[in-house]
Design a protein around this ligand. Sequence first.
Ligand code: ADP
Length: 166
Amino acid sequence: MRTAIFPGSFDPFTAGHLDVLDSALKLFDKVIVAVGYNSTKTTSGFFPVDIRIKIIKDAVKHYKDRVDVCCYKELTIDLCHRLGVNFIVRGLRTTTDFEFEGVIAQANRVMDPDVVTVYVQASHEYSFISSTVVRDLLVHNGDATPFMPKGVNLKKYLKAKKELGK
Ligand code: ADP
């Protein structure tokens, strides 16, 4: 069985991420969406990691056991070793993504040449979506629904975030 991990901050998981996952499932039997929270970008995230995971689980329900969701603190390459996975999936929207992703992929390749990074090009209709845009909308009481996967009730998660005092 071919398994890949799809690592990211997913703060929150968007329709763009779901589009990448959808393509990845055409290449792999199983994909593990892995929420990383040790990088500087994610130390003070918008949604706490447990809420990010709940949002992803809502979004990927229909894939049943073809998608798992987990979180991790270690290096992505160490997560690959821990899970026994040799493929990393990442999404590309723009040339900026391409350059950024290239640096990470090269570093991972030096650390373990057997772990291959696979890029998935964003579909045209999702290529402008980012977690940053979604967060900006939420902070300013905008409607982020068009940028989110169907079936994710953001209001519920915003309430949960508030109750945690975050
Ligand atoms: P990170 O903080 O690790 O970059 P993100 O959650 O921002 O994590 O993104 C995870 C991956 O998904 C990255 O490879 C990013 O380029 C990709 N991605 C994000 N949004 C989109 C989108 N709309 N279309 C395609 N890929 C995307």
